[in-house]
Design a protein around this ligand. Structure first.
Ligand code: F0G
Length: 478
């Protein structure tokens, strides 16, 4: 299918042994790398980026990548995405877009381990808040904009609960690769994220509706206007997000954890993690695939309902589509809308549903749901433990606690929770949780059914008087 040589925007582009393929094995239609598409023309399903590995130079061991640490002055060795270029080689390295993404931490946390019920030393937090725009999305955006630039796109769009839009806005502003157009639901996006998109100069289109509405519209608009779409239906974006798992392995000296736990929204991350491990295993670079747990908020629990309650499986590429259609039909009939304090994952129609259930099959995965109160309590524990995260990220820790309670994860198992976004993304939720003002608590959290904040660290209000201040400090036990 690949042509030998073609010219894009005056730049000579040598095709790599990579192509796009429909994820449904019974279809398996393939498309050249340079074709811009987010669905299979033949059956409408999602696409993967695939590689002809036997035509590529694949490292014999993951330790191969350590050599790049010594060459950090090279931006492609510094990037936590592109230093793994050999595992996502869809573009020539010199044409890859980078902004120094993926300088992240894998940090053990005893406090959070105690809270979640696993033994000290067994829990690691993969902190993606350190990315340039403050969330894991930058891993995928570096890859998506690389492809956008390869195919000569001049505009890129996304619908977003906030982080994808912040990331696209930043990457477009900084690299000047494309002009960013972002779609958001009204009143549905945390201020930290909205402020980023506005500040970075993205055209910000606020739809009177929620994320699911914005997601449907952005796909129509991109088709109509020929705009490059960077939502996670874009298979190149997920290639970048595979590298989060490479860095987890790197942080564990290339040992495979027992569990990886991740919040689930549009289900791009979980899908990318599944692909990362599937490929590493197929290439003989890891001896086994870890188990995957995807955590939904109870107010946005499509995956949980379908997988755990109604028994949806990938079924080796033959999922029960009638079951999925019925589920969404009922959802629409009842006018059910996603609702959670974890606004990043406030999504009822995850576009990567099928890829995610495939990842669950590859990784012997499970799905769990957690309430907003459980999410906020877990978030306070992550904050007190030293890293901090936004509400959606804490779903991973809340989920772990539940899975340990249900004896699905063992206290001795080695677990990685992915902290997907920075704590400053959503200060409103954090301040309301810790507030001593019941009205503020009620307005933000009570309205969502949160009854109490078990780990609230109330600010101490005191008169502007030295004695009163000293007394307040002494009686606080500090
Ligand atoms: N955590 C955070 C902080 C997110 O921003 C998102 C998704 C997720 C988890 C869920 O990841 O969609 O791959 O399952 N945010 C998207 C956005 C939807 O528009 O920023 P997912």
């Amino acid at each position: 299918m690949l042509r030998n040589k073609y010219i894009i925007k005056q730049v000579e582009y040598r095709p790599t042994p990579a192509f796009q393929r429909c994820i449904i094995p019974g279809c398996g239609a393939t498309y050249p790398l340079e074709e811009i598409r987010t669905a299979c023309a033949s059956c409408g399903s999602l696409l993967d980026v695939e590689y002809e590995w036997d035509r590529l130079r694949v490292p014999g061991s993951l330790t191969f990548f350590e050599e790049k640490w010594g060459r950090r002055a090279d931006p492609f060795c510094f990037s936590g995405v592109w230093r793994f270029h050999e595992l996502l080689p869809f573009a020539p390295l010199e044409r890859c877009v980078t902004l120094g993404e993926g300088q992240t931490l894998l940090q053990p946390s005893e406090g959070v381990a105690r809270y979640a019920g696993v033994r000290p030393g067994r829990l690691f937090l993969q902190y993606e808040g350190l990315n340039p725009s403050g969330s894991f999305k930058d891993n995928g955006m570096a890859a998506a904009l690389t492809h956008a630039r390869l195919v000569g796109a001049d505009r890129a769009a996304c619908a977003s609960t906030g982080n994808t839009s912040a990331s696209l806005a930043l990457y477009s502003a900084f690299t000047r690769a494309v002009r960013a157009v972002i779609f958001i639901g009204s009143g549905k996006i945390a201020y930290g994220k909205l402020s980023q998109a506005l500040d970075y100069g993205a055209l910000t289109v606020q739809i009177r509706g929620d994320f699911d509405d914005a997601m449907a519209r952005v796909q129509e608009v991109c088709r109509e206007l020929g705009i490059y779409l960077v939502n996670s239906v874009n298979p190149f974006r997920l290639e970048g997000q595979k590298t989060i798992m490479y860095r987890v392995l790197e942080g564990l000296r290339w040992e495979v954890p027992d569990w990886v736990i991740v919040p689930g929204g549009n289900l791009g991350n979980s899908s990318a993690f599944g692909k990362a491990f599937y490929e590493l295993h197929a290439l003989g670079l890891i001896p086994r695939i870890p188990r995957l747990a995807v955590i939904n908020a109870t107010g946005a629990n499509t995956l949980y309902e379908l997988v755990e309650k109604q028994g949806l499986h990938w079924n080796q590429g033959n999922p029960d589509r009638a079951l999925i259609d019925r589920y969404f039909g009922e959802m629409d009939a009842h006018g059910r809308r996603a609702s959670t304090i974890a606004s990043a994952i406030e999504i009822n129609r995850p576009v990567n549903l099928l890829k995610c259930i495939r990842a669950l099959e590859w990784c012997d995965g499970v799905v769990c749901e957690v309430t907003d109160e459980e999410i906020l309590d877990a978030k306070a524990q992550v904050g007190a433990g030293g890293l901090g995260c936004e509400p959606a990220s804490a779903a991973s820790v809340a989920g772990l606690r539940k899975l340990v309670g249900g004896c699905i994860v063992g206290a001795d198992q080695r677990v990685v929770c992915v902290l997907t976004g920075h704590p400053l993304k959503d200060p409103t939720a954090t301040v309301a949780y810790h507030s001593a003002d019941p009205e503020q608590f009620d307005q933000v959290l009570g309205a969502r059914g949160v009854r109490q904040a078990e780990f609230a660290n109330h600010p101490v209000v005191v008169d502007n008087d030295l004695d009163a201040i000293i007394k307040a400090i002494q009686t606080s036990g500090a």
